[in-house]
Design a protein around this ligand. Structure first.
Ligand SMILES: C[S@@+](CC[C@H](N)C(=O)[O-])C[C@H]1O[C@@H](n2cnc3c(N)ncnc32)[C@H](O)[C@@H]1O
Length: 245
């Protein structure tokens, strides 16, 4: 059985030890976890014996913990971006509101010991989730599973800035904590709207090479954060790495 809890986390970036989200956002995320936890239900497909949650865990049992390639909400579509030169972007077919869960940032896990083997392109599609693990998306071979990696940065100048933020989402399984990066909508998005996230200031070297700029992102509060487990039938365990101790 799995217990879950959400906290603020690192953003996208090219180097280990990434950019922390604004503390305000972090605090809002933690508070929201407790406010949504009352609605959790036990999953019908639960197979594993119960394990005791850590004493600080206030969230009840929620979901089976296993492999799945369904990592994001329905109704998202990757297609040519509205941003000139940005190639493919991610769009929502339906209107979304502040706090909606979008998907987990998934891909191949690379441990810190192997960072030296990562290519520049790997880092363009990377999200460092824990102190020792980075997930590298592969949108060519896994366009569904790794869909979050299609989210571009907002057009600048012009445009309203990002409408998505990445937070770290924790689950507890047999006494162990695992973390994934989860994307949430930070302001209402109309149907057919493009989704944009801020990759963090450590992405700057890639922006320079790709020929675009991005202002420092001033985070906005996330409201009524939706739990991924109310959106997905199963939480995709392949998107989680063992959490920092
Ligand atoms: C994680 S990928 C996003 C998906 C990518 N657009 C694609 O087609 O696969 C990050 C890359 O997208 C491009 N990109 C993202 N935001 C951009 C922007 N605002 N302007 C230009 N290029 C952008 C850059 O090439 C960047 O390295």
């Amino acid at each position: 059985m799995v217990y879950c809890r959400r906290r603020g986390g690192t953003m996208f970036g090219p180097l280990a030890g990434k950019v922390k989200l604004n503390h305000w956002l972090v605090a809002v995320a933690v508070i929201s976890v407790y406010s949504v936890s009352a609605g959790y239900k036990e999953a019908p497909l639960k197979k594993e014996p119960a394990s005791k949650p850590e004493s600080q865990d206030r969230t009840p049992v929620v979901q089976d913990f296993r492999y799945s390639d369904v990592t994001s909400r329905e109704g998202l579509e990757a297609r040519p971006s509205t941003v000139p030169g940005a190639a493919i972007g991610l769009f929502t077919k339906k209107a979304l509101k502040n706090g909606d869960f979008l998907g987990f940032y998934c891909g191949r896990w690379v441990p810190v010991e192997s960072y030296a083997e990562m290519t520049e392109d790997d880092w363009r599609y990377a999200f460092t989730v824990t102190k020792r693990m980075t997930v590298v998306a592969d949108t060519i071979n896994h366009p569904e599973r790794d869909q979050m990696a299609f989210v571009n940065e907002a057009p600048y100048p012009g445009g309203k800035g990002p409408n998505v933020a990445g937070l770290i989402y924790d689950v507890f399984h047999e006494g162990q904590k695992f973390s994934a990066s989860a994307y949430y909508v930070t302001r209402d998005v109309k149907a057919d709207g493009e989704l944009f996230v801020y990759y963090g200031n450590r992405y700057e070297e890639h922006r320079k090479k790709e020929g675009y700029t991005q202002p420092y992102f001033f985070p906005v509060p996330l409201e009524n954060i939706q739990d991924p487990q109310s959106v997905l039938t199963t939480i995709p365990s392949n998107c989680f790495a063992e959490a920092d101790r």
